[in-house]
Design a protein around this ligand. Sequence first.
Ligand code: FAD
Ligand code: FES
Length: 291
Amino acid sequence: MSAEMTYRPPVISGHERPMVPALARIIDRTVETSNTATYQLELCDPGLAAKFRFRPGQFNMVYAFGVGEAAISICSDPGDCTKFSHTIRHVGSVTFAISRLSPGDCVGVRGPFGSSWPLSACRGRDVLLVAGGIGIAPLRPMIYELLRHRDLYGRLMLLYGVRSPRDMLYREEVEGWMRRRDFQVLTTVDYPDADWSGPVGVVTNLMRRVRVDAARTSVFVCGPRIMNRAAAHSFLAHHVPQEHIFVSLERNMRCGIGQCGHCQYGPKFVCKDGPVFSYASIQHQFSKEEI
Ligand SMILES: Cc1cc2nc3c(=O)[nH]c(=O)nc-3n(C[C@H](O)[C@H](O)[C@H](O)COP(=O)(O)OP(=O)(O)OC[C@H]3O[C@@H](n4cnc5c(N)ncnc54)[C@H](O)[C@@H]3O)c2cc1C
Ligand code: FES
């Protein structure tokens, strides 16, 4: 198992008080879609802010005062941790409460928690990222790292599927990635509008449009449960080894530190052993899951 995938104590809350949130101020808010926004945060305590580091794929527990906490992936560049961002879809009590906040307002933050995408394991290999909807958020820090050290990797590909063109996150950034000659980016939508001229259909359909050299490709998948399963099984059918397929899982979370059992996944805890797992490490559980 690579170092990125092993548990390390979180930095913000410290090892001894991992349940105590630190105060973080919203310094910017960007509307992404009708129900999703990206919040840029900075820790109010300069000492904690100076120490804060995260790895691509990790998450924070974000606390809306008086309402509760939700697990949210860190979606910004790990090369600059003085500020960090969360893209949040407003779906329930905590995320709706956060949607009512503006720059200058504060939230509580615990983290960073969980395992990360194993970048070191894909050095010298082709890297294929598969994102569905808000699943692009935890993959974005990895994209920054891959592009920063572009020469360390082989071909770099992103397959990104959303429901409709209006649901595409980080639109300008994605268009910028598409213009690069060293990054193959394909997007698809379930429901096109009049201006959409790209592929239509589920993201796994895009796999037919890329050349995958199974022996030298590492695959990273994050999206809805059904997409994760379809993508993983499809790459297995293309003979990509289980050890080189990585999936980020979502489960209901409470403590974030492997204490409460809410996120149990077979013998593992998604908060502590994941959220990033190699397919090889969860294949027994994964193959039993209902679609
Ligand atoms: C590792 C990890 C990373 C994540 N990263 C992100 C991220 O980057 N961005 C993001 O937006 N989300 C992310 N999530 C998901 C987020 O944590 C959940 O959506 C969280 O539940 C939101 O909290 P909430 O209180 O706003 O919504 P909740 O109240 O928990 O509701 C969440 C969903 O469950 C449904 N629901 C709620 N209560 C019920 C009920 N009683 N019966 C049936 N359905 C119900 C709601 O309709 C809604 O669809 C992540 C989750 C994990 C585990
Ligand atoms: S959220 Fe408590 S054990 Fe994972």
